[in-house]
Design a protein around this ligand. Structure first.
Ligand SMILES: NC(=O)c1ccc[n+]([C@@H]2O[C@H](COP(=O)([O-])OP(=O)(O)OC[C@H]3O[C@@H](n4cnc5c(N)ncnc54)[C@H](O)[C@@H]3O)[C@@H](O)[C@H]2O)c1
Length: 338
């Protein structure tokens, strides 16, 4: 089978997972990596012997590339996406597709115009626990009520990256939940109402929400409460936490990302790593954080539809924007207004 010649744009904390996935995928050749940061470019060249660029356009003009991963910060997916699409390259964009409906729509429309396929890395759709719930939902009758939370420790917005003020717990974490719940329900959100707190992060000079709670009403009548925050304490046993509960006519489904079977104690604290997300075995990256990247390759080589595509990216962003509008106006917002 022909190998796919791939490139990665943005090789920071998460983009490096795309680099690793492509280096190990037997159906890909990682041709180049593009990052604005010269230190990152230097380390990629030294560690992986892969050619690097500081400019996406230059990379695509100079290299023979079949597909591109985009893992730039949340609010900066638009420009590299449009550049790759205009070069006719299918793209895998990190979640969220964008932080505005305007950007997400531009990506969708440009992709249609150039007949280019766009996948979005909503990796929770590959989490074995989520897949289990999705499969069980067809056996337990009509869903009545759902709850989903996803929270990060405060280090994520304050120490991991410097662009948290350009995003929010809604864009960074909420869109994961909105996408996953749309996938569970098999229908769309009609209305949202949200409340939130802005205090702790803004006191540290980061102008974004600490925590947001949203109630989503779906077309099938099911109401979901979605909670997302960026302020879990540093001492929490994992970098993030996530819980799901779905009450159905004939059943109750529950999952959490906290108790995945491993506990590690040292002299300071207990750690509970998620063994299913991303880990290395004999150097090879594996887990549901890596699978969407391998699946992107599989779907391109075998002409299969993507598990999550640009339309899914746009829908999650429409919900995110409705949640932010509800936070601003203190009223319920219909998706038809968005
Ligand atoms: N950090 C996580 O746990 C995580 C998990 C899942 C998904 N993501 C998503 O991955 C994306 C990247 O997040 P991150 O945590 O890796 O951020 P990061 O700040 O660590 O990395 C972003 C990288 O993109 C580079 N960059 C920015 N603009 C660029 C451009 N125009 N061209 C080339 N390079 C550019 C930056 O120099 C930086 O190295 C985000 O959309 C985020 O939501 C992150």
């Amino acid at each position: 089978m022909k190998k796919l010649r791939v490139a990665v744009v943005g090789a920071g904390i998460y983009g490096i997972n795309h680099v690793n996935a492509y280096l190990w995928n037997e159906n890909t050749d990682l041709v180049a990596v593009c990052d604005l940061d010269s230190e990152i470019r230097k380390s990629i060249e030294e560690k992986y012997r892969v050619k690097t660029y500081a400019d996406v356009e230059e990379m695509l003009n100079n290299e023979d590339i079949d597909a591109v991963s985009i893992a730039t910060p949340d609010a900066f997916h638009l420009e590299p996406s449009l550049t790759a699409i205009r070069h006719g390259k299918p793209i895998l964009v990190e979640k969220p597709l964008a932080t505005t409906i305007e950007d997400a729509t531009k990506i969708l429309e440009e992709a249609k115009k150039h007949n280019v396929r766009v996948a979005v890395d909503y990796h929770k759709r590959w989490d074995p626990a989520a897949i289990n719930l999705k499969n069980e939902l067809s056996n337990v009758g009509k869903p009545i009520r759902g709850y989903m939370s996803m929270d990060d420790i405060i280090d994520v917005p304050t120490e991991w990256f410097n662009w948290a003020h350009k995003s929010s717990p809604v864009h960074f974490l909420g869109t994961h939940c909105y996408d996953q719940i749309r996938w569970f329900m098999g229908c769309e959100v009609v209305e949202v109402y949200a409340v939130g707190n802005k205090d702790l992060l803004s006191s540290k000079g980061i102008d974004t929400y600490d925590s947001v709670q949203a109630i989503l009403t779906f077309e099938n009548g099911c109401h979901w409460t979605v909670e997302n925050s960026w302020v879990f304490p540093k001492g929490f046993a994992k970098n993030n936490d996530g819980r799901t509960q779905i009450v159905c006519e004939n059943g109750l489904l529950r999952a959490d990302s906290q108790n995945r079977g491993v506990e590690i104690f040292d002299n300071k604290k207990c750690k509970t790593p998620n063994s299913y997300f991303i880990l290395e075995s004999n150097g090879r990256p594996m887990g549901f954080g890596i699978e969407p990247i391998n699946d992107f390759v599989y779907c391109l080589l075998n002409e299969k539809p993507f598990v999550a595509d640009a339309f899914d990216g746009l829908q999650a962003e429409r919900i995110a924007e409705a949640v932010h509008r509800s936070l601003d106006t203190h009223r319920a917002v219909k998706l038809s207004e968005i």
